[in-house]
Design a protein around this ligand. Structure first.
Ligand SMILES: O=c1ccn([C@@H]2O[C@H](COP(=O)(O)OP(=O)(O)O[C@H]3O[C@H](CO)[C@@H](O)[C@H](O)[C@H]3O)[C@@H](O)[C@H]2O)c(=O)[nH]1
Ligand SMILES: [Mn+2]
Length: 881
């Protein structure tokens, strides 16, 4: 969910201190002073050393409830250095004063002509101010937490057992979501550095296609080679596609001499594996054709063992088509027993020397839930809930984590790291429900385009624009407690059992006694995974019941239990429910990034994605998950963060209006938004400048470059002009008509038959969603044209000329912000920015010429200044989002 200013992820941010259950964000300026700064600099990424200081360890252990066990803390907490933090906060205060003074001044100088305009702009400005406060408050005290993996290893080595984890991956369509992604995701999970008998991997296939199932069978085979190879040579990252795409790197394994030959062989095997994966479609089709020929009249899809595939068939028929097929649970790799099994030395038929290398693999399960017409399957949320139940029966780990099919673990320690927080808090705060890692998305685009935004916006650094703060949403890359998902309130563990018993009475969890029987166990962090010895008839029956559509009828699934339904951003709302119940979260970061994923680089695709997110956010505001309605267990700042993230699209309606404003002075007589205009401009420039100064501070600790930040601004403007106002419109319609938003799957497919990785960047799909932004583009180009015409007609040094030039600055600014969008809609031509430049200049010149020729009859000089007010939008948005 990464998340976003632009995306909800940027908005949603607050670091709740997991150590003592108190929010650390905000207010405690005193704590940031010298006494708390430590002597030691952070170890991860030396570049941050001049920004971050460790919070004194004494304070950390003091805070953890004084368990005094002498165990060193398993993570470190860092604060922004006082010399950056204090001026930052001072600037925020200053801006607060400035906007209050600004509003006061505006109230005292009401416009009497054009009162409607004045009122409208005043409303907009008040909302700008308010949403800025919502956005700024949770960022007052940025901190970051870094897991201490060495300390964890010490603890683990000496006394402790790592707790179990169930890893969930979701996929739907082998075409829209290329299997190669899914396969890599699963391989990276299977190869993670975590005790194999302590975690299990589940794939949910909502398409129910045999292709996915057989891909998993192939994965299980290839993993026998890939996983020991990763362990032997300590390779990173452990998703083969990404590993082989990398340039050489420092060797960390124990046998450097064998890397070359092993690498070459594994690579060859991987290429062959990929060919097999790619040809699954045709293999299965040929096999099915052969079987069907033998069975007259059948048109089935056949499994390798000569039986019908229970899921969807190539030729859809009753009970074997999309949205209508049986549930399937197949254990592809059994849970390993707890004795280590070491590999064999190289031999004639095995060129790999895996002697001394652990070769067991973790459990791997394929799930496709039952689908029936007439049921709302609730998309990903529905799939997650089925996985939650099935995994309860098969492995029932106390912790769970979720990935989309296009995400992978980028750091093999990624599953260990969250334990630094979960375990450390065991004495002081069992109420930590989830640990979230920032997620990085693959750098997909080397060019200067919105595509790079994917990187800026989606990844950890996206969060870090104000990031380094906790999530107020939960999604990919978040590890959480199973019981928290069951809607159990934070511990006092004794009470948990009572809660579960009580809750059962109302048929909250459904009728499966075996499932309900696992619930208490699922809370026990010391328990090891004990899968059923054999999946006999009774277990399979139970599994079938748990994957059935009807299971949730009349239960609390989707409301108080499991992932929340009926909302486009199920992850955000589910996290909200936990926070509301009093669970705490930790936002942590590690180097290299724990997880990576992909994001659409196609403009249209991308805009639809952020439409879904922003629509989901608004839906949240108008649902029972409104932050204002939550009880007092929700942390106050967390509440502010949720409010911010469920209202952020609203401000863009005003942005949109401001951006369209130049239309007025193309057609109309004199208007001022505010008089005296000079003072107004002065205030504006001040307020805008301040928000950028504040932004600069955030850039400093977020670890992003100025360029990233500029792109952030640009992409925000693209969203703010078209997508977010559309989301607001949808929401308004929904409130009136009661009909929700239909959201499509984000396509991960590339049109790249050409082999051009960036082909998608240059394809435009013409959709209505593009219209508002195009309109603004046109209006502002025209505005610049008129301004130039005016300056030419009246002379630059004249009063109207000066005002024209001033107004133009704001128009040009908007154009600069929309530049990536303009390139995007040019399609193939977008490869040549020069074309765009020439077209712009020509358009401006044409309008200017027209202006000079048909000189407007009205007094243009005062009018022009109005355009100047436009710019405020741009400023207020970008950084405040
Ligand atoms: O009926 C469905 C629809 C989707 N999915 C899966 O859900 C995931 C996310 O769907 P996608 O269309 O890729 O949405 P994105 O916008 O890319 O996903 C982001 O936003 C979603 C909504 O907030 C979150 O659920 C995701 O975790 C987050 O990565 C994918 O793995 C899909 O396979 C299903 O399993 N079943
Ligand atoms: Mn996705």
């Amino acid at each position: 969910m990464a998340s976003a200013t632009v995306t909800r992820r940027i908005n949603a941010a607050l670091h709740v201190d997991a150590t003592n259950g108190n929010g650390v964000a905000g207010g405690d300026a005193a704590a940031a002073t010298g006494s708390h700064t430590a002597k030691r600099n952070i170890s991860d990424g030396g570049k941050d050393d001049d920004v971050w200081v460790a919070v004194d360890e004494a304070d950390v252990s003091g805070a953890s409830g004084g368990d005094g066990g002498g165990r060193p803390p398993l993570f470190r907490t860092y604060k922004v250095k006082g010399s950056i933090l204090h001026p930052y906060r001072f600037m925020i205060l200053l801006r607060l004063i400035a906007i209050v003074a600004f509003f006061g001044w505006r109230m005292r100088h009401k416009n009497h002509d054009g009162a409607w305009l004045w009122t409208m702009s005043m409303t907009g400005d008040v909302w700008f101010g308010f949403s800025w406060v919502l956005n700024q408050l949770p960022k007052l005290n940025p901190i970051k937490r870094v897991p201490d993996l060495a300390a964890l290893a010490d603890w683990h080595g000496s006394s402790g057992e790592l707790p179990g984890i169930d890893v969930f991956v979701t996929t739907v369509d082998p075409v829209d979501e290329p299997i190669l992604y899914t396969v890599n995701s699963i391989l990276s999970i299977l190869a993670a550095d975590y005790p194999v008998d302590k975690y299990a991997c589940y794939l949910s296939d909502d398409g129910g296609t045999l292709v996915h199932y057989e891909a998993m069978v192939e994965v299980a085979k290839f993993a026998e080679l890939w996983v020991p190879f990763c362990r032997k040579h300590c390779v990173e990252p452990r998703a083969p596609e990404n590993y082989f795409a990398m340039k050489t790197q420092a060797y960390k394994g124990g046998v450097p001499g064998e890397l070359m030959s092993d690498h070459r062989r594994v690579r060859r095997e991987y290429e062959e594996f990929k060919v097999r994966i790619d040809s699954l479609f045709s293999t299965i089709r040929q096999r099915s054709d052969a079987y069907n020929a033998k069975h007259a009249g059948e048109n089935a899809t056949w499994m390798a063992d000569g039986t019908h595939w229970p899921g969807t068939w190539f030729e859809p028929v009753e009970n074997h088509r999309r949205g209508q097929h049986a549930g399937i649970v197949q254990v592809i790799l059994d849970h390993p027993n707890c004795k280590p099994r070491l590999g064999l030395p190289a031999s004639v038929d095995n060129p790999f020397d895996f002697s001394g290398i652990e070769v067991r693999l973790p459990m791997l399960v394929y799930i496709s839930r039952e689908k029936r017409p007439g049921y709302n399957h609730q998309k990903k949320a529905g799939a997650m809930n089925v996985m939650l139940r099935v995994s309860a029966l098969l492995s029932n780990a106390p912790f769970v984590i979720n990935f989309d099919c296009d995400h992978y673990t980028n750091n093999s320690q990624a599953f260990r790291a969250p334990m630094c927080f979960m375990l450390d808090l065991h004495h002081g705060g069992d109420d930590t429900a989830f640990v979230q890692f920032p997620q990085r998305f693959d750098d997909v685009d080397p060019t200067d385009r919105y595509a790079n935004h994917n990187r800026v916006f989606f990844d950890g650094t996206m969060l870090s624009l104000n990031g380094l703060q906790g999530p107020s949403y939960l999604g990919t890359g978040t590890m959480f407690r199973r019981v928290a998902l069951y809607g159990v309130e934070p511990p006092r563990w004794g009470a948990a059992s009572r809660q579960i018993k009580d809750m059962n009475k109302a048929n909250k969890f459904g009728t499966s006694t075996p499932f309900i029987g696992t619930m208490l166990d699922g809370a026990n962090q010391e328990r090891s995974i004990t899968p059923p010895a054999v999946i006999d008839e009774s277990v399979s029956c139970e599994l079938a019941a748990l994957t059935a559509c009807a299971y949730e009828d009349g239960t609390s699934w989707g409301r108080d239990v499991g992932w929340v339904y009926n909302i486009a951003t199920e992850d955000v709302v589910t996290g909200f429910r936990m926070h509301r119940q009093g669970w705490r979260s930790v936002y942590a970061s590690m180097e290299p990034a724990a997880f990576r994923g992909t994001a659409p680089i196609n403009l249209t695709e991308r805009l639809y994605q952020i439409l879904r997110w922003s629509g989901g956010s608004l839906e949240m505001f108008f649902s029972h998950s409104n932050a204002l309605l939550a009880g007092c267990r929700l942390h106050p700042l967390q509440r502010v963060a949720y409010l911010n993230m469920s209202t952020y699209p609203i401000v863009t309606v005003f942005i949109f209006a401001y951006n369209l404003f130049p239309v007025m002075w193309l057609v109309s007589e004199q208007f001022y938004i505010q008089r005296p205009f000079g003072t107004y401009l002065l205030y504006l420039v001040g307020v805008i400048a301040m928000i950028h100064v504040i932004g600069m501070f955030e850039v400093k600790w977020a670890g992003i470059t100025l360029l990233d930040w500029c792109r952030n601004e640009q992409f925000y403007m693209i969203g703010a002009t078209g997508v977010y106002p559309t989301a607001v419109l949808y929401m308004a319609l929904k409130l009136v008509t009661g009909k929700g938003i239909y959201f499509r799957l984000t396509s991960k497919q590339t049109t790249a038959c050409s082999g051009d990785k960036f082909a998608d960047l240059y394809t435009v799909r013409w959709v209505p969603l593009l219209i508002p932004t195009i309109l603004i583009l046109v209006v502002n180009v025209a505005a610049v044209g008129v301004a130039v015409g005016k300056a030419a007609a009246c002379g630059v040094i004249s009063e109207p000329g000066r005002l024209a030039a001033l107004g133009m600055v704001f128009n040009v600014w908007i154009l600069v912000l929309l530049y990536p969008f303009a390139l995007g809609i040019m399609g193939q031509w977008g490869k040549r920015p020069a074309v765009l430049f020439v077209a712009m200049v020509m358009a401006v010149a044409a309008v200017a010429l027209m202006y000079v020729v048909f000189r407007a009859p009205y007094q243009a000089d005062q009018w022009l200044g109005v355009a100047a007010s436009l710019g405020k939008t741009a400023s207020l948005t970008g950084s405040s989002g």
